[in-house]
Design a protein around this ligand. Structure first.
Ligand code: EPZ
Length: 441
């Protein structure tokens, strides 16, 4: 997730109840990627022409971000909301005029990804004011790389009253940005800003996540001139203006990885429809090491345990193409059922082990030292009430609940709803005994 605050009180604090021990069998359709959709939506701010996005997931974060964009003057029209169980929706966005260059605290605090409006607003309007996102359940998560990068393109930035105020009255100028650390969000902000800057920009040590590639490809469809797509050096030749485009969001690799692990943890067999295996090489290699069989069959990925029990693995999270931090909690849940001691090092976020104490409550044996967790497997998970702390931690707890004996209730499911489309329905359709309990959690 991209924030750690509870939604407003009018949103129910739903819980998910799982009675574990049932193998998953069936087919799961993979939705469009949240983390690709959000920057693509922000790209609409760069042009007065319509941007049409297809394969949009139906998620709370998408709605939140639509609200952020709409107060900047973007008109939005969602199509297909009720078809095929609300997946694969189309969204038409049009920022004919920017009516407001400020993203206020009330909106940004709900979702850190709102900072993605900074680059496009500044590039289009010469001014942007965005609330500093603040802390988050998974770490301090600064935005210094976004700000230093925009300064390299000639922006003047001041921080005052909890806000980032960025000016470029004569427009942005191309420049070289060498990121000292790989950042997905900073790469996206700079990529969008550079499309309208005067002259050439080079982004060095850029993030290479498939979501960045998706954004770059869409921007090029809009008339941007970006080269080096898929590599860690992106070169952007600025253009005077962008036009509209029609673009489909890539499938969600984290959702696909999560359900692959769900199949493995329950000793079931699941077909993932619409997943892109090329985006999943590192996690699929780890799963293969552990003894999970993944076969490609046309557009399907068939996942089942190849060995029982699975074997413990050692891994560390890294920027793409390494093992994603967004699958760390889920692989940890899986490793509680493997033979031996797994070692999981978190290298992206400083505080992304909030699921560990909750897994302890389910009987897992996990020691954390610094950024490394050691998981002693095959200790037998037992159902318990647990508390979700962030989006991916929640997914890890759901997987643990599917494998545990007895009943698990995952509280604070709003975290899960931010990034997984109808997770309980997709799992129940494969035979899981899982149910959403409405109300206070
Ligand atoms: C994106 O966050 C994703 N969010 C996250 O997914 C994902 O975990 C993360 O990338 C890493 O893959 C979206 O795409 C909306 P970063 P982002 O900038 O862009 C540090 C989920 O669960 N950093 O690549 O915010 C930062 O603190 C979410 O779906 C700076 O120091 O991540 C972290 O340690 C959670 N200064 C590292 O870089 C900066 O200015 C990588 O962060 C920016 C980042």
């Amino acid at each position: 997730m991209d924030g750690n605050r509870a939604p407003d009180a009018d949103i129910h604090m739903d819980r998910i109840r799982i009675r574990g021990g049932r193998p998953l069998h069936g087919r799961i359709a993979i939705s469009g990627a949240k983390n690709a959709a959000l920057p693509l939506m922000a790209a609409a701010l760069l042009t007065d022409a319509p941007l049409r996005l297809g394969n949009l997931p139906h998620l709370a974060d998408i709605t939140t971000f639509a609200n952020v964009l709409s107060q900047h003057g973007v008109s939005l029209h969602m199509d297909g909301a009720d078809s095929a169980g609300a997946s694969g929706r189309r969204l038409d966005l049009r920022a004919e005029r920017i009516v407001n260059t400020c993203a206020p605290y009330e909106l940004v605090r709900r979702m850190r990804a709102s900072v993605l409006v900074l680059g496009p607003l500044l590039a289009r309007s010469g001014y942007a004011e965005v609330s500093l996102p603040g802390g988050c359940a998974i770490g301090t998560r600064p935005v210094d790389l976004h700000l230093r990068g925009l300064e390299a393109l000639g922006a003047e930035i001041e921080l005052a009253d909890g806000y980032i105020r960025a000016h470029a009255p004569d427009g942005l100028k191309g420049g070289e940005v060498v990121f000292p650390k790989v950042s997905v969000g900073a790469t996206e902000n700079l990529l969008m800003a550079a499309t309208l800057a005067e002259g050439e920009t080079r982004l060095v040590n850029a993030a290479r996540e498939p979501e960045i590639t998706d954004l770059a490809q869409c921007l090029n469809k809009m008339g941007a001139r970006i080269a080096g797509i898929g590599t860690d050096t992106l070169t952007v030749r600025g253009v005077a203006g962008l036009h509209g485009a029609d673009h489909d969001v890539i499938p969600d690799r984290i959702e696909a990885g999560t359900y692959a692990m769900a199949a493995a943890i329950t000793d079931g067999e699941v077909e993932l429809a619409g997943a892109e295996p090329a985006h999943l090489e590192a996690p699929l290699a780890v799963l293969a090491d552990a003894g999970v069989s993944v076969e490609r069959d046309g557009g399907l990925l068939r996942v089942r345990r190849g060995r029982s029990p699975l074997d413990a693995v050692a891994l560390c999270t890294e920027p793409y193409p390494g093992f994603p931090t967004d699958l760390q909690a889920q692989i940890m849940a899986l490793m509680t059922t493997a033979r031996g001691q797994a070692q999981i090092a978190e290298r992206i976020f400083e505080n992304r082990f909030m699921h560990v104490p909750e897994l302890h409550r389910m009987g897992a044996e996990i020691d954390v030292e610094g950024g490394t967790a050691r998981v002693r497997g095959c200790t037998g998970l037992r159902g318990a009430p647990v508390m979700a702390s962030d989006l991916r931690a929640s997914a890890g707890l759901v997987l643990a609940g599917l494998a545990a004996s007895g009943e698990t209730v995952v509280n604070r499911v709003y975290h899960l709803d931010r990034g997984y489309e109808r997770m309980e329905e997709k799992l129940a359709a494969c035979g899981a005994d899982v149910e959403r309990l409405r109300g206070e959690g």
